[in-house]
Design a protein around this ligand. Structure first.
Ligand SMILES: [Zn+2]
Ligand SMILES: [Zn+2]
Length: 471
């Protein structure tokens, strides 16, 4: 058991590190644990509680420096597949705290390994990329970056999905695990994954041999900020957490002609309108009501002028699902309805619609391993307080993090949600006529940095420490 004097020394160090009333409240759970440990008089309980105290105080004292990193990342976002400077910066951060780092792994991916004796291997993932969104938050450190997208159009660039929050928490966790290396045994692998938003980065790193060229992890963890959850809280979902998604290109072909002589044509615009309405019946009439699914037509382009019936119309669809069987059913429904309606409209053979599934932009569902999720959840509760762990419903948004579980190795994974909004903003949004909360990907999305980052660092470090072998 720790000597009483040591415990009091740690307590006074800890209380000096608490910089706000809010933090004092949030650490009540840790203090309660310490008192329980003192009462029980067991060495292990005191050692573990003391580790939690250190996580708390070190996360708080790292914050000022982490905020500088966050500002820099926020103001300098890079699009998917172009994250070279972001990746370089994270590589330097990991090297500076003792990780062996490999860059350019699966595109701009990076892998940092910290070996600390025999024990479990825990992998922690952040994503690196930003979105083609022009920031409108008005923040002093708002992104003003403009670039050309792959089609050559000038676009603004913004971390509108909060991947800058993820990276900052990732660096904070790396620092704490390095500082606390006497308190755990095993191997920590920290990966920076490119191109999450386009769905290609996780697969690229796995195809490059992530699980073969580095120690194979026993667990893989990640966090994602949440635009509707209070900062200071985390959301956890056991089992299916985020949907699988596929992008589908649908080309509806007809026979072109003059708008005044429509009877001599096969109008692909009218046919597209019928197909779009027909697609609505897949989810409402063909799927079992207990199988969540979405079919959305997100884009339609056809024609050049008022009085010309065009040759073809291009539609872009996204589908969402939680099982491979539902995915197959949705895709079969899209093809059958599109081709059947074309036939009903009298489109001749050889001009039927073309359905192309973009496999390169398709991802499977993210399914959190139930037992690992419960373990991570209780480790985070010990640090953040039980009331700050919120059971969260699955969402139809997609994430390529799910790929890390969908390999031959079947490694347990867990992604949890990190609250990023102040209570005031949530309450304001709930008033009649109140200002709605900007969602992820909104040009107005502005996470509350201090509480969000501190909570992310504490939650991820506590989860990793729990999974790693104790000394
Ligand atoms: Zn996103
Ligand atoms: Zn994201």
């Amino acid at each position: 058991m720790l000597a009483t004097a040591t415990i009091f020394r740690q307590l006074s160090y800890f209380s000096r590190a608490l910089s706000s009333c809010c933090e004092r409240k949030r650490t009540k759970a840790v203090l309660a644990l310490l008192l329980a440990a003192l009462a029980s008089g067991t060495t292990i309980a005191v050692a573990q509680t003391s580790a939690l105290l250190e996580v708390e105080s070190r996360a708080n004292s790292e914050y000022a420096n982490l905020f500088l990193l966050y500002r820099h990342l926020h103001a300098n976002p890079e699009l998917s597949f172009h994250e070279s400077k972001t990746s370089e910066l994270l590589q330097q951060e990991l090297r500076s705290v003792g990780f062996e780092v490999t860059g350019n792994f699966g595109g701009h991916g990076l892998v940092g390994v910290f070996r600390n004796g025999a024990g479990p291997t825990v992998m922690i993932r952040t994503d690196l990329d930003a979105l083609p969104v022009t920031e409108q938050t008005g923040l002093e450190y708002a992104s003003r970056v403009k670039t050309k997208d792959d089609q050559g159009n000038e676009v603004g660039v913004m971390h509108a999905c909060g991947h800058d929050v993820h990276m900052t928490c990732f660096v904070g966790t790396a620092r704490l695990l390095s500082q606390l290396k006497d308190r755990w045994r095993g191997t920590v692998i920290m990966i920076g994954q490119p191109a999450e938003e386009r769905g290609g980065g996780a697969k690229a790193m796995l195809d490059a041999g992530l699980f073969q060229k580095f120690p194979k992890p026993n667990y893989v963890l990640a966090l994602h900020d949440a635009a509707n959850l209070e900062a200071g809280r985390v959301g956890v979902t056991e089992g299916p957490a985020l949907a699988g998604t596929s992008s589908v290109d649908l080309t509806v072909r007809g026979i072109s002609g003059h708008g005044a002589w429509s009877y001599t044509t096969k109008d692909p615009i009218v046919l597209s309108a019928q197909i779009i309405l027909g697609l609505q019946t897949i989810v409402s009439r063909e799927m079992r009501a207990i199988d969540p699914a979405v079919v959305t037509v997100g884009s339609i382009h056809g024609g050049t002028k008022h009085n010309i019936i065009p040759d073809e119309v291009q539609l872009q669809l996204t589908i969402r699902f939680f099982s491979d069987a539902v995915r197959s059913q949705l895709l079969a429904g899209i093809e059958r309805i599109a081709k059947g309606m074309a036939q009903a409209a009298g489109v001749p053979p050889g001009r039927e619609p073309i359905v192309r599934v973009r496999e390169e932009e398709s991802i499977g569902p993210t399914v959190n391993h139930p037992e690992l999720t419960r373990r991570v959840s209780s480790a985070m509760a010990a640090t953040l307080g039980k009331s700050n762990i919120v059971p969260t419903e699955p969402v139809m948004g997609g994430e390529d993090f799910g790929y890390f579980a969908r390999t031959a190795e079947s490694i347990p994974i867990c992604m949890f949600w990190l609250g990023a909004v102040t209570r005031e903003k949530i309450e304001e949004s709930q008033k009649p006529g109140g200002k709605p909360l900007p969602s992820l990907h909104s040009n107005l999305y502005a996470p509350a940095p201090e509480t969000t980052i501190k909570t992310g660092v504490k939650a991820m470090t506590a989860a990793a420490l729990d999974l790693l072998g104790k000394k």
